[in-house]
Write a protein that binds this ligand. Structure first.
Ligand SMILES: Nc1ncnc2c1ncn2[C@@H]1O[C@H](COP(=O)(O)OP(=O)(O)O)[C@@H](O)[C@H]1O
Ligand SMILES: CC(C)(COP(=O)(O)O)[C@@H](O)C(=O)O
Length: 288
């Protein structure tokens, strides 16, 4: 099939509990933990190009260089880099899989390249594997890239919706450094408890408690959102993303309530399927 354009829908991923695991190499380095894989995420369109193009985004430039592919990339995303939605991983993963299609290479090998770039740049540990496989609420049981790490799923109700608020930016590399010691003690304890009882109820209870203990969910923040929490099952903070788990019939009331306390919200649904890759072979110039 002649490849003219590849369309990739990469979900985003917001961890709630995590424990960094540094292996002997980047492919087996990653994190244990859990989080929510959500959509809409990053949509990329990728077309083969005659020569190299520089994007000035490391996650894209390094991926093309590593895979030896020249291509034109366009992308759109509901979120910005650096907030905590695993956006850097989504860019690397989408770019890598697009390049693999062009080069006729296995997608899982390209996903491993994306994971290793995230690890080397210090911008993510568990995001690539979560975004590749999806699962909605996912549980990372063995650290590493797709094909090396192991990921499981925690069942959730059909009408689950995720409402988020952006609280600012905080680079992952800084966060991992600053929280290093806390993550080692807290991460292990919380993950063991969840593995012992991998249910939605336990996931929500532990996610909130972890984000309080780690210091992301502050008293001030909890005070501000208190009037709105009756519209949600639970809430937690990861880096600079405030996450509410709610249901279809409560989402609008929650969003309105958040607006009344000064927060503009975003709405997502769980991504059970992970990344979607399709080839558009007939209309290279079509606008998507
Ligand atoms: N406008 C931008 N804002 C924040 N980060 C940016 C921007 N442009 C490029 N970057 C780079 O993107 C990466 C963000 O990574 P990370 O903090 O892991 O973000 P995310 O939470 O989106 O995964 C960093 O390497 C940062 O240098
Ligand atoms: C928490 C983090 C290490 C970084 O996530 P982000 O801020 O989105 O880059 C993630 O990759 C994970 O392992 O769970």
């Amino acid at each position: 099939m002649p490849v003219t354009m590849i369309i990739l829908d990469v979900p985003l991923h917001v961890t709630s509990i995590w424990l960094p695991i540094y292996g002997n190499d980047p492919i087996s380095t990653g994190s244990l933990g859990c989080g929510i894989v959500i959509r809409p995420g990053v949509r990329l369109t990728i077309m083969p190009a005659a020569g190299p193009i520089k994007y000035d985004i490391d996650h894209i430039d390094l991926t093309f260089r590593k895979l030896g592919v020249n291509a034109e990339v366009n992308y759109s995303s509901p979120v910005q880099l650096g907030v905590g939605y695993g956006m850097s991983a989504a860019l690397a993963l989408g770019t890598a899989l697009g390049a693999a299609v062009i080069a006729h290479k296995p997608l899982i090998k390209a996903a491993q390249v994306a994971h290793m770039i995230e690890v080397r740049l210090g911008t993510g540990l568990g995001d690539v594997i979560a975004e590749y496989y999806g699962g909605g609420i996912e549980l990372r049981l063995r650290a590493g890239a797709p094909g090396v790490g192991i990921i499981d799923k925690i069942p959730y109700s059909q009408d689950l919706m995720i409402v988020t608020v952006d609280l600012g930016k905080y680079l992952t590399s800084d966060m991992l450094q600053e929280l290093k010691d806390k993550l080692v003690t807290l991460g292990r304890r919380y993950i063991d408890e969840l593995i012992n009882e991998p249910t939605y109820e336990k996931f929500t209870e532990l996610s909130t408690a972890f984000s309080r203990e780690i210091g992301f969910l502050t008293r001030d923040l909890e005070g501000r959102v208190r009037p709105c929490v009756r519209h949600a099952d639970a809430y937690y903070v990861k880096k600079k993303v405030l996450v509410f788990l709610t249901h279809r019939d409560e989402a609008e009331a929650l969003i309105n309530c958040l607006r009344s306390v000064g927060y503009e919200a975003k709405v997502f649904e769980p991504s059970n399927e992970g990344i979607r890759v399709v080839i558009d072979k007939d209309t290279p110039n079509k606008v998507h």
